[in-house]
Design a protein around this ligand. Structure first.
Ligand SMILES: NC(=O)c1ccc[n+]([C@@H]2O[C@H](COP(=O)([O-])OP(=O)(O)OC[C@H]3O[C@@H](n4cnc5c(N)ncnc54)[C@H](O)[C@@H]3O)[C@@H](O)[C@H]2O)c1
Length: 362
């Protein structure tokens, strides 16, 4: 039997209950021993449902961090507190899984990377979509060189009317932005990962707040309050990489489109291309002078491309691969320096939208 890794959860809201805690429950030899939320009842409820019988409950995360028996912390609070809670947790000697987006700003995210490097503790970011079968398949094709050099990507996170109305998603101070930082971040992460290109040269962006004040909303999660809606409702970015590759990023919670496309991308290389639209991997190339589209059957047997992995839902794959990285002292699937580049590009899109000018990187 492995040493039991003891885990503390900070922020016991939607994503902790929907992803982290149920997924960690399925990982062998880990225990959730501490739960923190500024709304104490949420921490109590989570402790009862997912914790060990003697699990502790806290309202102040700094008190949780004093428990030296805790090895790992999962940060599941709104975006504003990702950076300082993560840094304090690393300094307290814990490995940290922090929810996406890494942070509100590039400076905050950079400080998180530096803290991980300084303390020697592991840090990863909750981009669980990398763990879907279709993404693992496309990534494998890219690694095998089947696309050749990838010179165009399209990162897609566009909803028709699915504005999150719980929590603080509409609050610019708490979240740092709207759909771009909320769901655009997933699509961009996957696109950069498959392209394996983390060197942006220039970004131009535009944000819109065109539908937030409308009364007829037709929203998937019920009506939002326009007065609370202090972020954009859609944002678009044009990203030029140092090697000349181009990425178009489209993000929206509310856009007049017929076909929403979220957490997916399209990439085009010299030898072939791929997309993951409609949760399906499609690989396209020319063979025998014909235009071929390969649609792999990913249902059979699950996908287990990482040593030590069990197949399962993306949330379960994320949790098990994260714990595996800690146990084997290997890199987690999502590296902090990769998430830092995502954060930098998103910040540049917001900046470009504000100034009306392109943003150039060194
Ligand atoms: N990976 C994904 O696909 C995904 C999906 C949804 C949300 N998220 C991310 O998860 C984070 C939380 O989102 P959510 O939907 O769970 O929101 P939520 O509002 O449901 O939950 C956040 C919880 O954190 C608590 N909290 C706030 N500040 C705290 C602090 N300083 N210390 C302790 N607890 C604190 C709140 O009381 C709340 O219970 C966000 O950063 C969001 O972007 C990720």
């Amino acid at each position: 039997m492995e040493k039991i890794l003891k885990i503390g959860i900070i922020g016991c809201g939607g994503i902790a209950n929907g992803k982290h805690m149920p997924a960690l429950q399925k990982v062998e030899d880990v225990e959730m021993v501490a739960f923190c939320d500024i709304v104490k009842e949420r921490a109590e409820k989570a402790a009862k449902k997912f914790g060990t019988p003697d699990a502790k409950v806290y309202e102040d995360y700094k008190e949780l961090l004093k428990d030296e028996s805790i090895d790992v912390v999962h940060v599941c609070t709104p975006n504003r507190s990702h950076s300082f809670i993560t840094i304090d947790s690393l300094e307290a000697g814990k490995h940290v899984m922090c929810e996406k987006p890494m942070a509100k700003t590039y400076e905050e995210a950079k400080a998180m990377c530096e803290a991980a490097e300084r303390t020697g503790k592991k840090l990863s970011i909750g981009y669980q979509n990398r763990q879907t079968d279709e993404n693992l398949y496309v990534k494998k094709c890219a690694e095998n060189g089947e696309f050749g050099e990838i010179y165009y990507g399209k990162a897609l996170a566009i909803r028709r009317r699915a504005v999150p109305t719980w929590g603080v998603f509409l609050n610019e101070y708490e979240q740092g932005g709207g759909p771009l930082i909320d769901i655009g971040t997933h699509a961009l992460d996957m696109t950069l990962w498959v392209m394996d290109n983390y060197e942006p040269e220039m970004v131009v962006g535009q944000t819109f707040r065109k539908l937030a004040d409308q009364e007829e909303q037709g929203n998937a999660w019920g009506n939002w309050d326009p007065k609370e809606f202090t972020v954009e409702d859609s944002a678009f970015g044009f990203i030029k990489m140092k090697n000349g590759a181009i990425i178009n990023l489209e993000s929206s919670w509310a856009l007049n489109i017929a076909d929403p496309q979220e957490a997916c991308y399209m990439i085009c290389g010299e030898k072939g291309g791929a997309d993951t639209i409609n949760d399906q991997a499609r690989i396209n190339y020319i063979k025998n002078q014909r235009q071929c589209i390969e649609i792999p059957n990913l249902d059979a047997g699950g996908a287990a491309f990482f040593e030590g992995q069990k197949s399962g839902s993306p949330a379960e794959m994320e949790a098990s691969s994260w714990i595996h990285a800690i146990r084997t002292d290997t890199d987690p699937v999502v590296l902090p320096r990769q998430a830092l580049v995502v954060t930098r590009i998103l910040e540049a899109i917001y900046e470009s939208a504000k100034t009306g000018k392109p943003v150039y990187f060194d």
